[in-house]
Design a protein around this ligand. Structure first.
Ligand code: SF4
Length: 345
C-alpha cells in the first residue's frame, strides 16, 4: 500500500480524475428561501440559525474566513446578498451574475482555476415557481463556461416538473447534481429536530431525481440528539440501499440562536467531540459502498457564529487523523457494505 493511499473516495481525487485538473465550485445565493421556515424567519430545523450557506469568498462581512472553494462551508449570508430574499426576479438574476463574476475573480487569482462548477448553495435552491427556476439557472449558466450545475435543496422542494427541468441542463453541462438533506434516516430524530419531512419522503424525492439521471449527494449529520452508533449504522445502511453518487458528513455543530443550542444549554444532550465524530464517520464509511464520493467529513462554521462545540480539531488535522486511524485498524470505505466489500490493493 503506497503512502498516498486514502481509505475512502475523496472528492478532490474524483474531480481531478474526471477533469484532468482541479475543479472549483462557484457557490451562489439565488435569493431562495426555505419552506421549513415561517415568513418572519421563525421555525425551521432545530439547528439552523436562519442564515443558509454561502461560500467563503462570497462572505463580504467575513473576509477573514478562509476555505477551499468546494468546501460548502456554512456561512452568514453577506449583507449584499440578504436583500435578495425580498427582491424581484431580475434583481435575483443580477445578483447571481455579480456573485459569479466575483467568485471567478477570486478563484482565478487564488487558485488559477480553469474548471468551474456552478453551485446554488444557499437555502432551498429549488424553492421557486418553475418559470423562475428556469430563468435563474439558465441565466447563471450563460455567465461563463460551467462544467456542472449543482443545486442544494430539501426533499419537499423536489417535484416531477423541477426534476425534469434540472435534467434538461444535462445538454449544457457534463453533470447535473442535486445535494439533498437527509441528516438521519430516523423519523423520530427527524421529528425531534423539526426537519419537516420523513425518511420515506426523502426516498421519493431521491428516486424522482435519479429517474431523471441526476447525480445525488446526500447530507448527513452525525451525533444528533438521542442518536448513537446503532442509529448511525441504520442511516448508513439506508444510504447504502439508495446508493447516491456522493455523501457529505457533518458533525453536530450548533450556531448561536438555535433551538438545539438552547436545549443543549439545559443539559438535554451532549455534542460529540472530534474523537467521537471521527469514530462515527468511520462507522458510516465502513457501511456504505466503496464507490460513493465523500465530499465532506466535518462542518465549517465561522467561530463567531459557533456556540458549540467550542473546541474541535482543525479540519485538515481531522482529515489526516481519520485516514491514519482507518489505516492503522485496517479498515476502509465499504468494508462492511453489503453492496461492495473488497479489500483495497
Ligand atoms: S432546510 Fe436548511 S435553511 Fe431551511 S430551516 Fe432547515 S437548515 Fe435552515
Amino acid at each position: 500500500m503506497d503512502n498516498s493511499y486514502i481509505p475512502y473516495i475523496t472528492y478532490t481525487s474524483y474531480l481531478k480524475k474526471k477533469y484532468g485538473k482541479p475543479a472549483y465550485r462557484v457557490g451562489v445565493d439565488g435569493g431562495f428561501t426555505c419552506p421549513n421556515r415561517n415568513r418572519d424567519g421563525s421555525g425551521g430545523c432545530a439547528y439552523c440559525d436562519e442564515t443558509g450557506a454561502v461560500a467563503a469568498y462570497q462572505r463580504q462581512g467575513e473576509s477573514s474566513i478562509a476555505g477551499t472553494p468546494f468546501s460548502g462551508s456554512s456561512a452568514v449570508i453577506p449583507k449584499s446578498c440578504s436583500y435578495s430574499r425580498l427582491s424581484s426576479l431580475d434583481e435575483r438574476k443580477d445578483s447571481v451574475r455579480k456573485q459569479i463574476l466575483h467568485a471567478r475573480r477570486f478563484l482565478e487569482k487564488r487558485y488559477r482555476s480553469e474548471v468551474f462548477l456552478l453551485y446554488f448553495q444557499a437555502f432551498s435552491s429549488t424553492f421557486s415557481p418553475l418559470r423562475e427556476l428556469e430563468e435563474i439557472y439558465t441565466d447563471a449558466l450563460k455567465v461563463m463556461d460551467f462544467r456542472e450545475l449543482i443545486v442544494s435543496t430539501r426533499p419537499d422542494c423536489i417535484s416531477p416538473s423541477n426534476a425534469r427541468l434540472l435534467a434538461s441542463y444535462k445538454n449544457q453541462v457534463d453533470d447535473v447534481w442535486v445535494e439533498l438533506g437527509l441528516q438521519t434516516a430516523s423519523d423520530i430524530t427527524l421529528s425531534r429536530i423539526s426537519r419537516g419531512h420523513t425518511a420515506a419522503q426523502f426516498t421519493d424525492a431521491f428516486k424522482l431525481l435519479r429517474d431523471q439521471g441526476i447525480k445525488l449527494s446526500v447530507h448527513l449529520i452525525l451525533g444528533l440528539p438521542g442518536e448513537g452508533y446503532a442509529d448511525i449504522a441504520r442511516t448508513a445502511e439506508f444510504l447504502a440501499r439508495l446508493h447516491p453518487e456522493a455523501v457529505k458528513l457533518h458533525n453536530l455543530h450548533l450556531p448561536i440562536r438555535t433551538r438545539l443550542f438552547d436545549e443543549y444549554q439545559l443539559g438535554e444532550f451532549t455534542i460529540p467531540s472530534a474523537e467521537r465524530h471521527l469514530s462515527y464517520a468511520v462507522h458510516v464509511l465502513e457501511r456504505i459502498p466503496d464507490d460513493i464520493i465523500i465530499q465532506r467529513l466535518v462542518t465549517d462554521t465561522p467561530g463567531h457564529r459557533l456556540a458549540a462545540p467550542k473546541k474541535f480539531m482543525a479540519k485538515r488535522d481531522f482529515i489526516d487523523t481519520l485516514s491514519k486511524n482507518m489505516i492503522n485498524v485496517n479498515t476502509w470505505q465499504g468494508k462492511f457494505s453489503k453492496e461492495a466489500a473488497s479489500e483495497p490493493q
